[in-house]
Design a binder for this molecule. Sequence first.
Ligand code: 13P
Length: 260
Amino acid sequence: MTKQRSKLVVGNWKMHGRLAANAALLEGVARGAQALPPDVHVGVCVPFPYLAQAQALLGGSRVQWGAQDVSAHEQGAYTGEVAAGMVADFESAFAIVGHSERRAYHGESSELVAVKTQRALAAGLTPIVCVGETLEERESGATERVVGAQIDAVLAVLSVEEAARIVVAYEPVWAIGTGKSASSEQAQQMHAFLRARLAAKGAQVADVPLLYGGSVKPENAAELFRQADIDGGLIGGASLKAGDFLAICAAATAGASVAS
Ligand code: 13P
């Protein structure tokens, strides 16, 4: 028996956007989202300077918003950092933490990602915790060890109640921005693995939303979202075009989970 979990599709704009172009994109997504069935939840994670714009243009719509990172510190002399509480000030719902681009280019360890997850939760945000292996790790058979260690480091510092409030995104590094998505079988296999890790933390944690990220497009979204343990997606490039992003959101609807 498979539980019917609602679907969540979140755009990660990364370092893209300018005020004028954002307005058209945000308004287009907000308008299009009205037509989505109620069980599909939609969000966009924008660069920090545009949180106020997202709040102004998405407030009252079906679309929630958030940031792509938060500081591991609550406040203080940390030049250039942005605290989770600051992100929450703009009525944000989400903060992505541990994206592979931050792990790779900013040396973020799983322990740091765990602290950021705690900061986001303490500020009332839903952390979207990203995990995923590199191509080299996959080819050497280390996928489950690497991804398991990434999720365990986060779960280790959370209570069961806190862990039940996170979202996890499985994003194989080799599938990000490459146009080459994981196959639905590969993705489902890792989602089932993650689901078991979450369930081991506590029954309440077993049903946290598990998103797939990495070259999700309108053409492959329905097949991915139909998998038993794929509850939606974290969308990079395709979230920059309202039509593509909305088509992916609509595919979440059509992709009711099959029994595992
Ligand atoms: P793409 O959808 O561009 O592959 O990016 C995925 C991603 O990194 C989302 O966080």
